[in-house]
Design a protein around this ligand. Structure first.
Ligand code: CDP
Ligand code: CDP
Length: 225
């Protein structure tokens, strides 16, 4: 059977990484979390003390980064050189800064180049903001995964509280809304539903239900390929 290229885009907290990873697992495909790549570049600029305004230096960091992604036991492990930054890229500091770094044209060019290499000949599920519109416009399946802002904020809040972190729900919601706005309004490859993407609203869907829905879309697509 043809190995598909599946692109999943959408705003923060819609369930993209969880659902994309499970779909990849079910199909025996590789999962690629492109948000983790932008987070890794952001982490690298922060540790070097390079401000987002210094566009040239920020882009140079993205071009030089030695990034490794792997899915192990249901988690995306991220390394820069030999340093494991899996948890370091999820801190509130990185979350606040990542949309600003992701606006940088040089950063996007470097990441898109890597992402296209990673997608190779197929058998991949890639999630992000511009996968169906820009990175892999020829993807076999395009999904725009979304959910209400209230539900997305609540999901993130639960996730962080489960980890023992004290977070304010209203603040979290404001931060997510602010990041969504920046992602939707940036000049280069903004977050927008591709004309040929299927809209999947997960507000009232459990994770298994969202996974099944996407697998059904894959099956329907495979039957016509
Ligand atoms: O997990 P969450 O939805 O919070 O975000 P993420 O997928 O880890 O992505 C973090 C940030 O990276 C996004 O808010 C975007 O600013 C940027 N990003 C992007 O610009 N393009 C992508 N393909 C993926 C992420
Ligand atoms: O990658 P993205 O930011 O779109 O979302 P995620 O990190 O996959 O999901 C955010 C949180 O929502 C996780 O804790 C998921 O377990 C949860 N989730 C959920 O409760 N119901 C869904 N249908 C999808 C995700």
């Amino acid at each position: 059977m043809k190995k598909l290229i599946i692109a999943i885009d959408g705003p923060a907290g819609a369930g993209k990484s969880t659902v994309a990873r499970l779909v990849a697992e079910r199909l025996g495909y590789t999962y690629i979390d492109t948000g983790a790549m932008y987070r890794a570049v952001t982490w690298d600029t922060m540790r070097r003390g390079i401000p987002a305004e210094n566009a040239e230096k920020v882009a140079a960091v993205a071009r030089a980064i030695n990034l490794h992604l792997a899915t192990v036991a249901g988690k995306t492990l991220v390394k820069v050189d030999d340093t494991d930054i899996t948890d370091a890229i999820r801190t509130p500091e990185v979350s606040r800064q990542v949309a600003e770094i992701s606006k940088n044209g040089g950063v996007r060019e470097a990441m898109v180049h890597l992402q296209r290499q990673m997608a190779g000949l197929g058998g991949v599920v890639m999630d992000g903001r511009d996968i169906g519109t820009h990175v892999l416009p020829g993807a076999d399946i395009k999904i725009f995964l979304t959910a209400s802002i209230a539900e997305r904020a609540l999901r993130r809040w639960r996730e962080l509280t489960d980890k023992g972190l004290a977070v304010d729900l209203a603040e979290l919601r404001a931060e997510i809304a602010c990041r969504d706005k920046a992602d939707c309004e940036r000049e280069i490859a903004p977050l927008v539903q591709a004309a040929d993407a299927a809209l999947v609203d997960t507000t009232d869907l459990t994770i298994p239900q969202a996974v099944e829905k996407i697998l059904e879309l894959c099956e329907a697509r495979t039957s016509v390929l």
